[in-house]
Design a binder for this molecule. Sequence first.
Ligand code: PEP
Ligand code: MN
Length: 349
Amino acid sequence: MDAGPPERAGVRAALQRLGVTAEESRLGERTAFWVQASGSAVPPDSLARLPGVERVVPLASRSPLVEATLERGARTVEVGPAAFGGGQVAVIAGPCTVEDASALRDVARFVQQSGAAALRGGVFKVRTSPHNYQGGGLSALRDLHAASREVGLPFFTELSDPRQVELVAELADGLQIGARHMQNFPLLIEAARTGKPLLLKRHMAADVEEWLLAVEYVLQAGNERIILCERGLRSAERHVRYLLDVGVIPWLKQRIGLPVIVDPSHSAGDWRLVPALARAAIAAGADGLIVEVHPRPETTRCDALQALPPADFTRLMHDVAALAALDGRTLCGGPARGDERPLQRAAGA
Ligand code: PEP
Ligand code: MN
């Protein structure tokens, strides 16, 4: 592409209009303009449209706030008594969706006694089909809150709409942003402004840069209490529901100062595969898991195939503790002394 004096003057004028100064130098046949400015001050695409411009190469990070998290040191996100990051492994467990209050209390008690650090349960379900069960709403949220307080576990629940934020944040200890809402930026901003811990799942088709730009929104809204959650990607494969990106766990741990957990349930889509994926995640350095557990998976209206029955969850927790110990980490959570009530109730035994 030819860039003679008129084209170079055009670039200079455009940069002047943007209010930035540039250093100009010759690179062989080409002219380079070195600009120091933030991405929003210089829209790269608008410069790339100018006559004589071959390309615009952004050198600065697109997510500087995310990068700065590591410079300030790896952080631990505390959610009530649960701690994500900082040498502990924390497991969030519970049903996909809250259906029956008394079964929920039993499963909450059960996961707590098996060593979970927090409870999960969907009340505003985000379903691919509008004909599927959409969740129990506010009354289910109250049931979840009651069960959480009864057993002494903090709880996470998913938000799907900025209008739910105030209501949910009043009761929930941690706000879950589901995969499908990773780029729902008004929701991210509203949720971030509550100051509550945010569990930010990766969209099933998002690359890491897009995921980290979603994190950038939350950081920009003033909330650093972020837990990243890898939950599997859309792929050509059908043997698992979503393909778990195990490699992203050490990648993030080395570059970003935020805790990273894994959801093996939505990735596997089948309870028989969940323990293996969960073990892989912990072995790869994940700071925790979010796992779907149901006392009677065959009775639930939501994600029945992937729910772990209680006995499988207990076994998994033993494995998680053993794997965590291999690299000097401990399990965050577990029954308080003297609180070992029979576990069998949740299993219906
Ligand atoms: C869920 O956690 O129940 C859920 C719907 O997960 P995801 O957003 O990862 O699909
Ligand atoms: Mn689910």
